[in-house]
Design a protein around this ligand. Structure first.
Ligand code: UT7
Length: 328
């Protein structure tokens, strides 16, 4: 087996901002409640003409530029998203064509908020077999397209954005250490977009009943997320004879500040070793982890050789934790 390392990172967030004050004018809510219950102050929202592939392309180009390579060097592209431009073709195909990654194959990965963690695990495995040298993992979601802005329980949570990490062959001891990923479909009803698929195709009624929007039973998801984020991190560390003490930085999915703080406390991680940027971006689904990692790198919180733990829980339920040694 070869080693797989993360060698570059690129992000894109649309310039439009939706603040808590804006939301106060749209639904019965208030800034204090949103901050206390979620930690979110504002989110970025894509302009109407911008789709998921547009943001994914920007993030991809930024990652390639940072690494100083051209798109034809890519062997595979994985786009983690629940808001593809359309059902098919896959957003990975649209991105491949736009960036000119001739010779790459790829696919979309549907794991909601755990998408990027699953994408990293998948890319690491593709590289570690020796059959791929460079795999681009993109997390991109235009959540604003599937959010009901009359539902105060969900519309305050989500934002739009994209991030990409390049996973490539590394030297022994660099990069990917291990993962602990799970799905638990018994939780599938707690967070979903009910209509638009083969079970409930789009009809006038499904539109009238607002079934093409995110529906969430927040407390059920919250309870599962608090438990799973901690358990998977704990078990992954234990499997490698590590504890929270060894982790330089936890970069968790940003769904709710309270979920992150709870997991970090139980892992024994002090606040300075946990990246939280939910205040500025909200929950961008598959994009939260690259966006948070970018902030960590820019703030000097993540340096070459550091042990970094990525963790996420999302619709499905899906959940995962990945342990990497940061390589640049
Ligand atoms: O990334 C994918 C995974 N998703 C998550 O991890 C999300 C997990 N869930 C959560 O983050 C939280 O459950 C929410 C932030 C969605 C909700 O917070 P909560 O503390 O669980 O609130 P709640 O649903 O129990 O509601 C408490 C109260 C209710 O009022 P009553 O029944 O006590 O009178 C709600 O109607 O807060 C009310 N409420 C609001 N009030 C002001 C719900 N949404 C709002 C709002 N503004 N936006």
């Amino acid at each position: 087996m070869y080693s797989a390392k993360i060698s570059a990172l690129g992000c894109y967030v649309p310039p439009g901002v939706l603040t808590n004050a804006d939301l106060e004018k749209m639904v019965e809510t208030n800034n204090t409640w949103i901050i206390e219950r979620t930690g979110i102050s504002e989110r970025h929202i894509a302009a109407p003409e911008v789709a998921t592939s547009d943001m994914a392309v920007e993030a991809a180009r930024a990652a390639l530029a940072q690494r100083g390579i051209e798109a034809p060097e890519l062997d595979a592209i994985i786009v983690c998203t629940v808001t593809p431009d359309m059902f098919f073709p896959a957003t990975a195909c649209l991105v491949q064509n736009r960036i000119g990654a001739h010779g790459a194959w790829g696919f979309d990965l549907v794991a909601a908020c755990s998408g990027f963690v699953y994408g990293l695990t998948t890319a690491a495995n593709l590289v570690m077999t020796g059959m791929h040298r460079k795999v681009l993992v993109i997390g991109a979601d235009t959540m604003s397209r599937i959010i009901d802005y009359t539902d105060r329980a969900t519309c305050i949570l989500f934002g739009d954005g994209a991030g990409a990490m390049l996973v490539e062959r590394g030297e022994a001891g660099e990069g990917f250490i291990g993962h602990k990923n799970e799905i638990d479909g018994s939780g599938g009803d707690y967070l979903k977009m009910p209509a638009g698929g083969s079970r409930l195709p789009a009809t006038r009624e499904t539109v009238d009943q607002r079934l093409h929007y995110v529906k969430q039973e927040g407390q059920q998801v919250f309870k599962y997320a608090v438990k799973k984020m901690y358990e998977l991190c704990r078990d992954l560390l234990a499997e490698h004879s590590l504890t929270g003490e060894d982790v330089a930085l936890l970069v968790p999915h940003q769904a709710n500040r309270r979920i992150i703080v709870s997991a970090a406390e139980r892992l024994g991680l002090p606040p300075e070793r946990v990246l939280i940027n939910i205040d500025r971006f909200g929950n961008t689904t598959a994009a939260t982890i690259p966006l948070a990692t970018r902030d960590a790198v820019q703030a000097g919180k993540l340096k070459k050789g550091d042990l970094v733990l990525f963790a996420a829980v999302g619709a499905g339920f899906t959940a995962g934790a990945n342990l990497w040694r940061w390589a640049y």
